[in-house]
Design a protein around this ligand. Sequence first.
Ligand code: NI
Length: 387
Amino acid sequence: MLEKIRKGIEYIYPHIVEIRRKFHKHPELKLQEYKTAELVQKELTRAGWKTHPNYANTTAVIGLFEGKKDGPVRAFRADMDALPIKEDTGLQYSSEVEGVMHACGHDFHTSILLGLAYLLNRERDQLAGRVILVFQPGEEGGFGARILTDAGLIKDFGIEYIIGQHLHTDTHLGTVEYRRGIMSANSDRFRITITGQGGHASRPHEAIDPIAIASHIYISLCTIHSRETSPLNPTVITVASINAGTASNVIPDLAVMKGTVRTLGEENRDFTLKRIKDVAEQIARTFRGTADVKISDGYPSVVNDDTITEKVIEAVSLYLGRKNLVEMKQPSMGGEDFSYYLKKVPGSIYRIGVGPSSSLHCSKFAPNEEALKIGMGINSTIALLLS
Ligand code: NI
């Protein structure tokens, strides 16, 4: 079977590369993946799959394929959206959309699943159970996975477990990284609006300076993760934007601070978010102002299931050999909305090495297309040999 998978991949590879370059040339931003979805739909149909386009009133396309034998219902997921980045790779098939680029490899993920669709069609007699392909919109901050799971994706298709993949630049091409348990951070955002009282810059005692308050809040926020959370449980609090004032001789009324919080585990998340609110409010009060703290929930932690991760480990060992399997030693502080599927069903997301390479979300990101074969190989091995 492995030989058949390898042969199938060699056969389909030129077509998948062509499709990938089409996606790359025509990237679309989160929740606007119209042309991408159209091409996905066309290719799935060509590969003999049933499709459900516009699932949950979005650009999502769900593909469905039945094997000849009995078996479980499992899903594979790809994200379809690109980023607001101006491409600077110099590739012949560079983005033709000004300021938009597939800089997170989602063109690869989408193409890998289309490759899987063709491969399973070739091996239908060997396939047990049903395979669902989830082409989701809006992974880059668009909560695409949450929209689909809230709409009932898991129940509608009877999904029993789900597999995801993502390109990764710190791991070498030809290797795959996996992790059991917590893989990525809870990523939340905050916005603190500090209200003081404006006045003449030469008469600070008649004003309440929101910039002075913001400065104290900034230092104190840094103290939360150095003094109040465990050094063994990483926490990131980054103030990424501070805005206040317009002139050198005017004390403004307001200052606004915005930033991100990354935590692992629910307990640490709740604690850190509560402390940010308490600290900001109380410091503002200390200096006679007020602080209004708004927290917006971001993606929760990805928590991979042990049993499904074993399938990934086995598939990589079979397809690539054990020496090309890398265990991810620590979770990443990045965010990933695959977590929403994992709140409903067990699953695992693995990383396909494309290093050395420019990093993800960078205008020069140009991963080696051989990575497509690896993704197709592992997913086909899971679908055909480890159902
Ligand atoms: Ni991504």
